[in-house]
Design a protein. Sequence first.
Length: 211
Amino acid sequence: MRLVKAAAGLALALALAGPAAEGGGGESMTSAPGPTVFLGDSLTAGQDWRRAFPGLTTVNLGLSGDTCAGVWSRLDEAAALNPARIFLQIGINDFLRGAGFKEILNGHRRIWDELAARRPQARLHVVSLLPYLESALPGLPSNREIMKLNQALAVEAGRRGLVFIDLFRNLSDEDNQLRPEYSSDGLHLTPRAYRVWAEALRPHLPEAGDH
């Protein structure tokens, strides 16, 4: 008699809970992976990441003219997406505006710390600063300064267990200049350069359809 009552109680509970309690319909117990987020300035904004990686759910959070401080102020938007992975490429506008080595490095650290605190499950990939064509933008610190900063970012990222992607060498010539075929103004990138960028990221992305 007790077994009959228990079975009846279980049936009633399932009926009240609806299809989700039985595994039919409703949300899955395991949520789908979040998107791949691209975070940065106009260099990031200039790429169509959905077209570059059609098998992935991507969100482009590139913003023209942005700096390390600007990205930090927009992290609410990135965190709200619950991303599976983030590709961060930022710092050239800080550099072009005269920010020092330590200021940019500390700007990165601040972003990394905030993301680690708010979205520790998201895999953060730090993309190096890119070269520019010094002859097109005279009077600025040389690309050698960018190389030194990239080295410091790589060391700090490695210390924290983050992925660092050195894109500088993919886009520079033997004189450490942005290759002319990769830019129309000495700084912003051509479609050809974006293809190089996408190929550099591909080993760090899941297979198409796996998100």
